[in-house]
Design a protein. Structure first.
Length: 135
């Protein structure tokens, strides 16, 4: 039986930075079929906090869907490089979120982080912004 692979597209949005914030996650199966779209209103947060919240949102949902392998797509270079260990997490606001993300990632057999251009992440961006609008 093949291991279930899921792609997660994540984005965080903050209007004001810090300002009203939202997180968005779009989950797709190996064939590109959309499995789940999630948006969450976060209240006041920075853009980077919103990016990490989007990651956590996507990881929790992927676990519920039975994923074993993950491809995590984000237009946040900071988040990608921190999660890959290339950048240190210096911000106190992000350290706890980073630790939570690492803990969640251990529940999967494999994960890869892929930096994508903003224009390739429009759907996750829409989910994050819609969460702010509806928040």
């Amino acid at each position: 039986m093949p291991k279930k692979s899921i792609s997660i597209y994540i984005d965080g949005a903050s209007r004001g930075n810090p300002g009203e914030a939202g997180a968005g996650a779009l989950l797709k199966d190996g064939r590109g079929k959309t499995l789940k779209k999630i948006g969450k209103y976060l209240g006041v947060a920075t853009n980077n906090v919103a990016e990490y919240q989007a990651l956590l949102l996507g990881l929790k949902e992927a676990k519920k869907l039975g994923a074993k392998k993950l491809g995590i797509y984000s237009d946040s270079e900071l988040l990608i490089k921190q999660m890959e260990g290339e950048y240190r997490v210096k911000s106190e606001n992000l350290k706890d979120l980073f630790r939570k993300a690492i803990k969640e990632l251990k529940k999967f057999s494999r994960s890869a982080f892929i930096h994508i251009p903003r224009e390739d992440n429009k759907e996750a961006d829409k989910l994050a912004n819609r969460a702010i609008d509806e928040g």
